[in-house]
Design a protein around this ligand. Structure first.
Ligand code: GTP
Length: 640
């Protein structure tokens, strides 16, 4: 069924909103070329309420009238027939349909929002005259009149539809309406405006304002400009009627849209202030409810304070982040930078993908916030390229999508994004999204800290173990390797000897009559003598000889790669060194000598301790023969 036939069908039901008889007469008169200002004034004066409202419009500050307009004829001259026609239409529909039978439809809120939209559209039209401001007023006032039509024709069914669609999700409402009524309020609005004789540009502008081509800002046609004005006007109106809790969301929307009409923050603030003031005055005049709305500056200030109060993480959990913004939208960059810096983060920015990539690598930000569409490189390509680098794998990436469009969001995640945010969004939402990044980064830092602590602990443990091992192998009195070490080292040397056949010798060295020293000088001085003699051995032995203390006054020297004859020279050197040593142990004034048992590896020896045993026996011989001498084990003594 075509739009026209469906509309005709609904029109036949007789419940559609309609202008008053006076308004219809005004419309008829203004369409005729021979209508005089006096005729039109007469028609208007038959409706005192309309006359008053018309004078109010004529005296509106926007028209810059120096003297107050008090006569309808002057108002007509000032405003022009076309504007009178629009105004009469809008105001009479409002008066005729200020209440109705649909219980789920809030007529007063509807007109409150519509009036704010009308005044905002009028204000915006003064900046860019896509159409005359008074015409823009009517377009704004009637931009959702299709809803009124559905509420009038299907009061019960429409109440159910409104209940089933949450909030201000217009696309969902339209889809639901179509399913139920085979038309929707957007289509009906267009049909009604056309039916009331509005020019095509107004009708098209209103219907396009539901989803204006914000992306395609190149399109500067009057319809598109009017559509953008009406869309922004609708958003300003939402801010006017919003409850305090919804104001941040409305403000974010407004700030997002403002650049599409080249409005900076100051101008947007001024406009909003004017709209709120007019809305309050007109509301009183038309018996439409209004409310107090804070100024843009107050709203922003309040939101920032609130944001700090309500949404900041406990101090212990807050982590200042290094953030890179990638966007070619100067205004957006400025806004996001302001928000993020207010939150306590440090921000850098790149205008396109390649610049973004090199900044990530050189400045190493922890978070990258990237527009879905960036010049130079597709955002998805940008994410993938980042993830291919070692550092880029750790960066937390948030992609700013233009909508909650499922495909777009999934693609962003597939390309490596950690999160996404559908535009427009508030500073509060952005801050909340960054908590995820902060938590993840803090966890990563904790893991890294723990890993570092474990590394340090293991290194300390290794040092401690080495020290323990050393202690376990070292004689505490002389710091020479102890018996345990001596035996292990001997085993190694024996294995080497067996493998390579290199000669191996060892010396068992014992101090002579040490008991007498202890008895004479005391045990402490005896200890000092043992310490000093260890040094004598250390300095007299070759660097390849391993001097150990087996215990008591007994020492052991392992002479690797050493024949018996060479070992004899070592033993002699030790004996001589001890004999000729000048003792420095305080209180000790005696002499000392040593006895040495020497054994060298012989063919046929099976175990390393055969060699040790032979040396020990040789020592016994040396003692027996009168001490202060070296005895070499003979082959016949064992082993070979
Ligand atoms: N001061 C001190 N004395 C020790 C230590 N270990 C063993 N001794 C003493 O060394 C002495 C060894 O005496 P003996 O085994 O009788 O032999 P000796 O007096 O050296 O006589 P010969 O070996 O036959 O020449 C004992 O008096 C032990 O108490 C020690 O760590 N410090």
């Amino acid at each position: 069924m075509t739009v026209a036939t469906r509309f005709d069908e609904l029109k036949a039901m007789g419940d559609l909103p309609s202008p008053s008889g006076v308004a219809l007469e005004i419309m008829r008169l203004t369409q005729r070329e021979d209508t005089s200002i006096q005729d039109l004034a007469k028609a208007i004066q038959t409706d005192p309420a309309l006359s008053g409202r018309l004078l109010k419009l004529a005296n509106s500050a926007y028209l810059g009238v120096r003297r107050p307009v008090v006569a309808i004829e002057d108002a007509i001259r000032l405003l022009g027939m076309q504007a009178i026609r629009h105004f009469a239409l809008g105001i009479s529909v409002l008066s005729n349909c200020s209440h109705g039978r649909c219980e789920g439809f809030d007529y007063r809120s509807f007109w409150s929002h519509s009036l704010a939209t009308a005044l905002a559209a009028q204000a915006l039209a003064h900046l860019d005259r896509a159409v005359a401001p008074e015409e823009s007023f009517t377009c704004g006032l009637l931009a959702r009149v299709g809803q009124l039509a559905l509420a009038s024709i299907y009061p019960d069914a429409y109440a159910a539809v409104l209940l089933s669609v949450p909030g201000e999700d217009e696309s969902a409402l339209i889809a639901c309406e179509r399913g139920k009524f085979a038309t929707d309020h957007r289509e009906l609005t267009g049909a009604l405006l056309e039916d009331w004789g509005l020019p095509v540009i107004h009708v098209d502008g209103v219907t396009a304002s539901y989803q204006p081509g914000l992306e395609d800002l190149e399109d500067t046609s009057r319809v598109q400009r009017l559509a953008r004005q009406l869309h922004l006007a609708g958003r300003m109106a939402w801010l006017c009627v919003a409850q305090t809790a919804d104001q941040p969301h409305c403000l974010a929307h407004l700030e997002e849209l403002a650049p599409s009409l080249e409005l900076d923050e100051a101008l947007l603030g001024q406009l909003l202030e004017k709209v709120i003031q007019d809305w309050t005055e007109w509301g009183r005049l038309l018996d439409v409810p209004t409310q107090e709305v804070p100024s843009l500056a107050e709203l922003k200030e309040g939101l920032q304070a609130k944001m700090k109060l309500q949404t900041s993480l406990p101090e212990a959990e807050f982590l200042p982040l290094k953030i890179l913004l990638v966007s070619d939208d100067e205004l957006n960059l400025k806004r996001l930078t302001g928000w993020l810096e207010d939150m306590g983060h440090s921000v850098m920015s790149a205008g396109e993908g390649n610049e973004g990539l090199s900044l990530v690598l050189s400045k190493q930000p922890q978070v990258v916030i990237c527009e879905r569409r960036i010049p130079g490189m597709d955002c998805l390509e940008f994410c993938q390229s980042l993830r291919e680098t070692k550092f880029g794998q750790q960066v937390y990436i948030i992609v700013l999508t233009c909508s909650e469009n499922g495909d777009e969001v999934v693609q962003a995640f597939e390309a490596g994004a950690d999160d996404h945010l559908a535009k427009p969004f508030s500073a509060r939402l952005l801050q909340a999204r960054l908590w995820g990044a902060q938590r993840l980064i803090r966890l990563r830092q904790e893991v890294e800290r723990e890993r570092e602590a474990t590394r340090r602990y293991l290194a300390e443990l290794a040092v401690a173990n080495r020290r323990l091992e050393q202690m376990a192998m070292t004689d505490s009195l002389t710091a020479l390797p102890n018996r345990r070490y001596a035996m292990e080292r001997m085993e190694q040397a024996w294995a080497e000897y067996q493998r390579n056949g290199t000669p191996l010798s060892c010396l068992v060295v014992d101090l002579d009559l040490f008991k007498q020293i202890n008895d004479h000088y005391g045990h402490d001085i005896g200890d000092g003598v043992l310490r000093e003699i260890a040094n004598v051995f250390r300095s007299s032995a070759r660097s390849s000889d391993v001097v150990c203390r087996l215990g008591g006054e007994e020492f052991f020297v392992i002479c690797t790669n050493t024949t018996a004859a060479e070992a004899l020279q070592v033993a002699e050197r030790l004996r001589h060194a001890v004999k000729s040593h000048h003792w420095t142990v305080p209180g000790f004034g005696g002499n000392l000598s040593i006895s040495v048992g020497l054994a060298a590896s012989l063919e046929g020896m099976k175990e390393w301790d055969d060699l040790y045993r032979l040396a020990d026996q040789a020592l016994y011989d040396a003692k027996r023969k009168g001490r202060d001498q070296i005895c070499m084990a003979r082959a016949s003594d064992g082993g070979g």
